[in-house]
Design a protein around this ligand. Structure first.
Ligand code: KG4
Ligand code: ZN
Length: 354
């Protein structure tokens, strides 16, 4: 899986991710990805239009051991070779997190390895190091997933992550999922909206840009709001249906996607400029969106800001991101977690590891 030479003295770290519906086990050496094994229960949730926590926990229980074997085989290493085990300790679904944390404790105890309980959101930022190398610090991180949308000032990815703002209602990914549903597109909604939008006109419908008016910026400069946008899309679609007119799915998808990406990238660039930061890293499932990637590049280029976005497969949940953060913590000399570390479904953004 790797095409870079690996230095033997860099830490070999295994990462376990079970915070939502993907059972992910990744193995890295330093910044080099050696394995990224994933088992997803997304198909089991699709008919409910969202992730069902109990179904996710059960699927993790069934998948964690086979996924572990697959990751070790892909990387060509044994558990006894690894220097540390990292695991997502939060935030996420409580039952789902518990499966990963319990598995990590079992493997750490059996193989006598240090364990690092890490923050899923910091891991979405750290995964970029597998593609673009060490993250210049300070950096601004735009974290956009199914559960979170935040702007962070990353002064030290191992120790100092400061939230600048976040969504006051729906997360960006949640908005994609809800709008997809009302357009009759499958769950999760990000990828089908991204595809439909390619054939649509992003300026067809002027959907609102939440918390972007001058009067909102004073109190919410770095915050987001997507619930008004979602409602605006719903009203627009309903009006069409009531009038007996066909819904132009591609144009709605493109115009909605443009509204989301416009606000996210405008605020991210503003945060970089206001803090004198020359690097923007975008992480989380929504970072896989094709439009956010091009719009961020266009806007950052104008201000001499470098944008780093990992390839789409690394943006959505996976074990490699947890391993990447674990490897960064080991290299930074951070003390491992205690073996009785808790899973914390509401872990704050400021906690990089427990
Ligand atoms: O980070 P992630 O895999 O899981 C969480 O931690 O939540 O993010 C999942 C979210 C979903 O809401 C999904 O619709 C969205 O990421 N997503 C996308 C795309 N791919 C996934 N949103 C927009 N465009 C995409 N291409
Ligand atoms: Zn995630």
């Amino acid at each position: 899986m790797t095409d870079q030479p690996t230095a033997r003295d860099e830490p070999l770290v295994l990462g376990i991710e079970t915070s939502c519906d993907e059972t992910g086990i990744g193995i890295v050496r330093g910044h080099t990805l050696l394995a990224d094994a994933i088992a997803s229960s997304v198909d089991e949730h699709a008919r409910f239009g969202g992730v069902v926590p109990e179904v996710a926990s059960r699927a993790h229980l069934e998948a964690v051991v086979p996924t572990m074997h697959r990751a070790l085989a892909d990387a060509g290493v044994a558990l006894s070779d690894v220097d540390a085990i990292a695991v997502t300790a939060g935030p996420g679904l409580a039952g789902a997190l518990l499966v990963g944390v319990a598995a990590a404790k079992g493997y750490a105890l059996a193989a006598e390895k240090p364990i690092y309980g890490v923050n899923h959101l910091a891991a979405h930022v750290a995964v970029d190091t597998l593609e673009h190398g060490a993250l210049p610090e300070p950096a601004i991180a735009l974290l956009v997933s199914g559960g979170h949308s935040s702007l962070l000032l990353v002064e030290d990815l191992a120790r100092k992550v400061t939230p600048l703002g976040s969504t006051i209602d729906d997360a960006a990914g949640e908005a994609f999922d809800k709008v997809a549903r009302l357009l009759g597109l499958p769950f999760p909604g990000g990828p089908p909206i991204d595809r439909a939008a390619r054939a649509g006109d992003p300026s067809a419908i002027p959907f609102p840009r939440g918390l972007s008016a001058a009067r909102d910026l004073a109190a919410h400069r770095y915050d987001f709001s997507f619930s008004g946008l979602k409602t605006a899309v719903a009203r627009w679609v309903e009006a069409r249906e009531r009038a007996g007119e066909p819904v132009p799915v591609e144009n709605v998808a493109a115009s909605f996607q443009e509204a989301v990406c416009d606000v996210l990238t405008a605020k991210a660039v503003d945060a970089c400029r206001a803090h004198g930061v020359g690097t923007l890293v975008i992480g989380g499932g929504v970072a896989a969106n094709s439009r956010i990637r091009t719009l961020a590049e266009e806007r950052c280029a104008k201000h001499g800001i470098t944008v780093r976005v990992p390839r789409p497969k690394l943006c959505t949940d996976n074990g490699a991101m947890v391993a990447a953060l674990g490897s960064h913590l080991v290299a930074a000399g951070v003390t491992p977690s205690k073996l009785d570390l808790p899973a914390d479904s509401a872990m704050p953004l400021t906690t990089v590891n427990v």
